[in-house]
Design a protein around this ligand. Structure first.
Ligand code: NI
Length: 400
């Protein structure tokens, strides 16, 4: 079966590079992936998949029915949106949309999703159950997954795979991570309300700027003294505003930040922990506060069995040198975690780095990928999908 998958994928390689370059030169921002979605739907239909458009606003769902009657339904999720970045790669197929660029490789993800669908369709339905391809919009603003789920994308799904490109892993290598892959990312907004006064008479005022500085310092110190150091928390205040004049004590300061954590129990406790510190500092100096803590995306927690399936599929396909176990999670965020609230799954890192030249990071205006990675992604996913119904104990036998 693996040989057949590899052969079909190899034949499709030129077509997949063409698809990827088309997507790359026509990037669209989060929530506006209209042309991309129409293109994806067209390719899926032409391969004989059952296609639904307008799922999750601009998303597309394609289903390939299995031959057997295994009720388990596997989903494969990819994302389609680009970033507001001016591309500076100088490539022939660079963005034709000024100020918009596929700098996070979602063009590659979409292509790998399409390629996997094409390969499995050409295999002639040897799958025991149904496979559903999710092409979601708006990953970069961490909303598309929730939109897709709201429209039923996860109904009956029993397992899910996804991928993200990674420039610091060489093309031809698949990065496998057990457990936490990315962090929970939440938004924090604190308003400190003091009392205005003359800059020369601080004792008659409540200085919101000074109290804000105390809060920032206390939060950073408290992380090191009251949070378990083996369960990382990163709290970044990235924006601060307040005050009107150099000689007027500010009555209000607004702090905006992002909060990252890896362990679900830590994430759970963070809003109360932050509020307690803010309340105590404010109380000490007579200020009031307003605090808004908005939950963003949860942490991606890769499931053991699903990750094992990816690892063994990649290992059989590419040998030991084609598989890299990732030992550390990232504190970046990824809304694939939203799907994982509904079914166990795993996201792998697809190496797209060039072996012989400098690799720019994700979200960089000169970010490029080694396109040979597309086939690595397609074969890995198609074979892992095939194995999904073979491996688990439902009596399905390998029919090869
Ligand atoms: Ni991305």
């Amino acid at each position: 079966m693996l040989t057949r998958i590899k052969d079909i994928a190899a034949n499709l390689a030129p077509r997949l590079v063409e698809i990827r370059r088309h997507l790359h030169s026509h990037p669209e921002l989060s929530g506006q992936e209209f042309q991309t979605a129409a293109y994806v739907a067209g390719v899926l239909s032409s391969c004989g998949l059952r296609v639904k458009e307008g799922i999750g606003k601009v998303g597309v769902v394609g289903e390939l029915e299995g031959q057997g009657n295994d009720p388990r339904l596997l989903a494969i999720r990819t994302d389609m949106d680009a970033l507001p970045i001016v591309e500076r790669t100088g490539l022939e197929f660079a963005s034709r949309q000024e100020g918009v660029m596929h700098a996070c490789g979602h063009d590659v993800h979409t292509t790998v999703g399409l390629g996997t669908a094409m390969v499995l369709a050409q295999l002639g339905h040897p799958l025991a159950g149904t496979i559903r391809f999710l092409f979601q919009p708006a990953e970069e603003i961490a909303q598309g997954a929730a939109w897709m789920v709201q429209d039923g994308a996860m109904e009956n799904v029993t397992g899910i795979f996804s991928l993200h490109v990674f420039p610091s892993i060489s093309a031809g290598v698949v990065g496998i991570r057990y457990g936490a892959l990315t962090a929970a990312a939440d938004d924090l907004e604190i308003t400190i309300i003091g009392e205005s006064g003359h800059g020369a008479r601080p004792h008659e005022a409540i200085d919101a700027i000074w109290i804000a500085s105390q809060i920032i310092t206390t939060l950073q110190q408290a992380i090191s003294r009251t949070q378990n150091p083996l369960r990382p928390v990163v709290l970044t205040i990235g924006q601060i505003s307040g005050g009107r004049a150099p000689n007027v004590i500010a009555d209000q300061v607004r702090l905006l930040g992002t909060v990252r954590s890896l362990h679900p129990e830590t994430s759970e406790a963070l809003p109360d922990w932050i509020e307690q510190i803010v309340a105590n500092v404010c109380r000490s100096y007579g200020a009031r506060y307003e605090l808004k803590y908005r939950r963003g995306t949860p942490s991606v927690q890769n499931d053991g069995i699903m990750t094992q399936l990816l690892e063994s599929a990649a290992g059989e396909a590419w040998g030991n040198r084609g598989v890299q176990i990732i030992h550390e999670p990232s504190l970046g965020a990824e809304d694939f975690s939203v799907y994982l609230q509904y079914a166990p799954g795993s996201m792998f890192r697809l190496g797209v780095g060039f072996k012989d030249r400098h690799n720019y990071p994700l979200h960089h205006p000169q970010f490029e990928v080694d396109e040979s990675a597309i086939i690595t992604g397609v074969v890995t996913l198609a074979y892992a999908a095939y194995k999904y119904w073979q491996q688990t104990p439902s009596g399905m036998k390998d029919r090869e």
